[in-house]
Design a protein around this ligand. Structure first.
Ligand code: B12
Ligand code: SF4
Ligand code: SF4
Length: 322
């Protein structure tokens, strides 16, 4: 960890630094859980101030784990490697002359949607509820604010960290190229033992598929969380034993079939199809940049937990998909 270099840049709170050194995971987890529990930004202000998200689950991955190399193929050729993006950020944004990046850890977390938001969205058949829509755009603002807060807390004790999707190097790739990004939170969560992908692409965690994800990289060695699955689709019943497929019928845009998830169709529903009626009902400006959807995340067996499954197929081919 490049503690001296950081301390030269800003005053370090040595008392808190001792807390971090005693129990780095405890320090990080308390900072995340406290902010989620107490921040006024984690509130659905138009719904009696109910929390947007419940307490998150948190996991860790070794930043030099070979799995991150695989994401150059599974996500995008320019998907960041954790060590590479931390070094780039320190050099080009923080202007640290010769950053010493030793052991790198990816910290990932998944924030469960408020249960009432899950319940009401499950009743919808054509598009998202206003609660879901607010959880999408106000929730994502909160998610970004939360990560900024954690990075600032770490920097205040002289620990370097970066939120790769909040750097100027991050980009989302849109059609005609296949939809992707340079830092996929779900892939980070998968690496950090938090869950697997599914028929509709969503990440199914022990808290279900009804979560939003985030992740950051830290210049510290933290014990990785075990990955309690045999392949990247294991938590989805469709791939575990060929059953389910409940999300297929939930999709108002025919974007899910037994062959998987059509991202271009899904994009259309999320950005174009739902926006006029949601704005029509509630007024533009009230529904954020885009309407969202998420019907495949609600009213399905994996909504709030990993669905019960029989013996999982061995790794390799899973229900026709690799
Ligand atoms: C681009 C984007 C979209 C696009 C494309 C989605 C997609 N499937 O990629 C569109 C506009 C369609 C979209 C829609 C939605 N999105 Co969106 N989106 C993103 C974004 C910005 C980037 C995603 C990305 O990089 N995808 C890359 C592609 C390649 O991922 P993929 O196809 O899912 O990956 C497959 C391969 O990698 C394959 N694979 C092949 N080989 C291997 C090997 C290994 C080892 C592994 C691990 C995987 C693997 O398995 C994966 C699953 O099939 C992220 C935010 C972020 N920065 O992460 C949010 C994000 C994915 N979206 C999110 C959400 C909630 C939504 C919506 C519900 C919208 C809403 N809120 O109303 C819908 C749901 C769509 C769905 N069913 O997934 C959440 C997902 C939460 C979850 N539980 O999964 C994210 C993580 C945002 C967040 N901060 O939480 N989204
Ligand atoms: S509803 Fe069923 S098939 Fe669809 S993602 Fe969830 S477990 Fe998989
Ligand atoms: S988010 Fe909506 S449009 Fe996209 S796959 Fe899920 S149900 Fe279909």
């Amino acid at each position: 960890m490049n503690f001296d270099q950081q301390s030269a840049k800003q005053p370090v709170d040595f008392e808190k630094r001792e807390e971090f050194d005693r129990d780095p995971k405890g320090f990080i987890e308390w900072a995340i859980l406290d902010y989620v529990a107490n921040s006024p930004s984690n509130r659905l202000e138009n719904f009696d101030g109910a929390p947007i998200f419940e307490a998150p689950i948190i996991g860790y991955a070794n930043g030099d784990d070979p799995i991150f190399g695989k994401y150059k193929k599974a996500v995008h050729k320019d998907h960041f490697m954790p060590r590479e993006i931390l070094e780039k950020y320190l050099t080009e944004v923080r202007k640290v002359e010769t950053p010493v990046v030793e052991k790198v850890t990816v910290v990932a977390f998944a924030l469960p949607y408020n249960r009432e938001t899950m319940r009401v969205n499950a009743l919808e058949k054509h598009g998202p509820t206003l609660r879901w829509n607010h959880t999408l755009w106000k929730g994502e603002d909160f998610n970004n604010e939360l990560v900024k807060h954690i990075i600032a807390s770490l920097e205040s004790v002289g620990v370097e960290a970066v939120a790769p999707d909040q750097t100027p190097f991050f980009s989302i790739v849109f059609p005609p190229e296949p939809l992707a990004s340079y830092w996929s939170h779900r892939h980070m969560a998968y690496a950090a033992g938090l869950g697997t992908f599914s028929l509709n692409d969503g990440l199914i965690t022990p808290k279900g598929i009804g979560v939003r994800c985030s992740s950051f990289v830290i210049n510290t060695n933290l014990e990785p969380t075990p990955r309690p699955y045999t392949h990247h689709l294991a938590n989805c019943t469709f791939y575990a034993n060929g059953e389910c497929g409940a999300c297929i019928a939930r999709c108002p845009g025919d974007a899910i079939t037994k062959d998987g998830h059509d991202k271009a169709k899904c994009l259309y529903v999320n950005f174009v199809q739902h926006k006029p009626w949601l704005d029509g009902e509630h007024g533009p400006g009230y529904t954020g940049y885009y309407a969202g959807c998420g019907l495949c995340f609600t009213g399905v067996p994996c909504s709030t937990g990993i669905p019960g499954r029989r013996a999982s197929k061995e790794s390799g081919e899973v229900n026709g998909r690799r």
